[in-house]
Design a protein around this ligand. Structure first.
Ligand SMILES: [Zn+2]
Length: 201
């Protein structure tokens, strides 16, 4: 689904990402929008699915991963988006009118994949201006907790061995994948990236 977020929606998202529990009146004051407007816009944003999977809670200890909203100003948005969808970190992309005109929802578990994304963007579209909005998400950690309590066994998705200790995790299309080591994780990433880049037959 393609939805249109305008600059005011993005201002609201920006405030919420910095301050998840910001009140309607506070957002209204900061954005200059009326309270009913803020309210209806938040409803619209929620319905749009942009915030899907995000729980605005600030308990750092519970964090399983991070969601970034990356906004780009691109002169050739369609071409740039066609390249960006190839990346496994990319969950959703929205194109809007005005600048910035591309908004990417990114799921990352480590800074490596974030910098990989940013590098890819600047290679794809050297003119693109990037602004990064960092938000927090609480991902379900039930599996890791069960494993830590020895109530579940995970198998590496690449080599199949049962994972002892903390699994290496990679999030792809909103699902977590588990690996025994960074090598296996990277193999998975390469495979995923290659398969999405291969032309459809
Ligand atoms: Zn493995």
């Amino acid at each position: 689904m393609e939805i249109m977020l305008d600059e005011n929606d993005l201002k609201i998202l920006d405030i919420l990402s910095r301050e998840p529990r910001a009140s309607i009146s506070k957002i209204s004051k900061e954005t200059g929008l009326s309270r009913p407007t803020v309210h209806s816009r938040i409803e619209k944003i929620l319905k749009s699915g942009v915030l899907k999977g995000l729980h605005f809670e600030l308990d750092e200890a519970e964090l399983g991963g991070k969601v970034f909203l990356v906004s780009l100003s691109s002169e050739k948005p369609q071409e740039t988006v066609e390249e960006l969808v190839k990346l496994p970190e990319v969950d959703e992309i929205f194109i809007t009118s005005g600048l910035p005109n591309i908004h990417v929802i990114l799921y990352v578990f480590d800074l490596e994949s974030l910098s990989r994304f940013l590098e890819y963007v600047s290679k794809t579209d050297s003119q693109a201006k990037i602004s990064l909005v960092f938000t927090r998400c609480k991902l379900d950690r039930t599996t890791e907790k069960l494993v830590a309590a020895k109530k579940a066994i995970l198998h590496c998705e690449t080599c199949g061995v049962s994972i002892s200790g903390t699994p290496y995790i990679y999030v792809y299309k909103n699902r977590k994948h588990y690996f025994c080591c960074p090598v296996c994780r990277n193999q998975f990433v390469d495979k995923v990236v290659k398969s999405v880049q291969a032309p459809k037959s």
